[in-house]
Design a protein around this ligand. Structure first.
Ligand SMILES: [Zn+2]
Ligand SMILES: [Zn+2]
Length: 333
């Protein structure tokens, strides 16, 4: 079959590779759609510690079952499924104490195991979820990024009627904003320095703000109860802290470069009882994300702006790097 192969950091090609098999407990899938995300760029650049080379990337995917491995219950040939790509060891302290996304040996399909920028991929059946007929493979490949955002919202746990401010109006910012509205926020606003992104966020019905601090104070003089950093820029994390209302929470959702330091005023955290929390990947949130999309809480179709065939992977990457659209997907079929 054909697949994208990253031979070593910095170089990839689309080529023939050996066919994956459905081992015991596994499903062999025909890949319908697979989204590109920032993690794929990190794997390509050699900046993702879990990656094993040569690597077949692609962790945001959906497809149909071709072969059902020995001992698998609940799936049949032809079933349409979405896949939670995260794989946990099940035996470290964090897995055993209900915090499996913090697993000491965590990995996944498209990171530590072969992924879905390929015609076919084999996955653990326990990671596969049946799709309703109403969801296309392309929409279902958006479940994974939504599931990261759902875990973020589980961590943030805003209350009905609160305000939510999101730094970063890219794909993840817009997904988080839709979830915040679905949660019953009274005010959802996004901050970005890119006017085109702000304009697009406006068409989704959200309040938008430039990077300036003054228009923010106009919209919410006391600050926001919930502030989400979704750019992965350390300096933005510092700025986002300033926008938190007394007693409010800052969620660090974006992936800031490891090792960088941010400056917060400890007095304010003490005196104003500010919470600063993080959210890491997917945890008990893939099923909820699927159901939220099926219920219309996130418009998955609108999140996909570009699709390419497998052989146009280079072009797909350039489009993703260009930052013009939202989700860029590869449709290997
Ligand atoms: Zn991703
Ligand atoms: Zn573990």
């Amino acid at each position: 079959m054909r697949a994208v192969i990253i031979e070593r950091p910095g170089s990839f090609r689309v080529d023939e590779v050996s066919e994956p098999q459905a081992g015991p407990g596994e499903l062999l899938l025909q890949v319908g759609a697979c989204g590109i995300c920032g993690t794929d760029l990190h794997i390509l650049a050699g900046e993702f510690p879990l990656a094993r080379y040569p690597s077949i990337p692609g962790h945001e995917f959906a497809g149909s079952v071709l072969t059902v491995g020995e001992g698998v219950l609940g799936f049949r040939e032809g079933d349409r499924v979405g896949v939670n790509p995260s794989v946990f060891c099940g035996i470290c302290r964090f897995c055993r104490y209900g915090r499996a996304n913090l697993c000491e040996r965590g990995g996944g399909f498209g990171t530590s195991k072969p992924g879905a920028f390929a015609e076919r991929v084999s996955v653990l059946a326990v990671n596969a979820y049946h799709l309703p007929d109403s969801l296309s493979f392309s929409e279902a490949a958006v479940i994974e990024p939504v599931s990261c955002a759902v875990h973020g919202m589980h961590r943030l746990a805003p209350r009905i009627g609160e305000s939510v401010l999101i730094y970063g109006a890219g794909t993840m910012g817009l997904i988080l904003a839709q979830l915040a509205r679905f949660y019953g926020a009274r005010l959802v606003a996004l901050v970005d320095t890119n006017p085109a992104r702000l304009e697009r966020a406006r068409t989704f019905g959200f309040d938008v703000l430039g990077a300036g601090y003054d228009d923010l104070r106009e919209l919410a003089p006391l600050g926001f109860e919930n502030v989400i950093e979704a750019t992965g820029v350390t300096r933005v994390a510092e700025i986002a802290f300033q926008a938190v209302m007394r007693g409010g929470t800052l969620l660090l959702f974006g992936v800031c470069p490891p090792g960088e330091q941010a400056r917060f005023e400890p007095f304010r955290i003490y005196n104003q009882e500010i919470n600063v929390i993080g959210s890491m990947a997917v945890f008990n949130s893939y099923g909820p994300a699927l159901e939220i999309i099926a219920a219309g809480g996130v418009d998955a179709r609108r999140m996909v702006t570009h699709t390419f065939g497998l052989d146009a992977f280079a072009e797909a990457l350039d489009t993703m790097r260009g930052g013009q659209g939202l989700k860029v997907q590869v449709l290997p079929g």
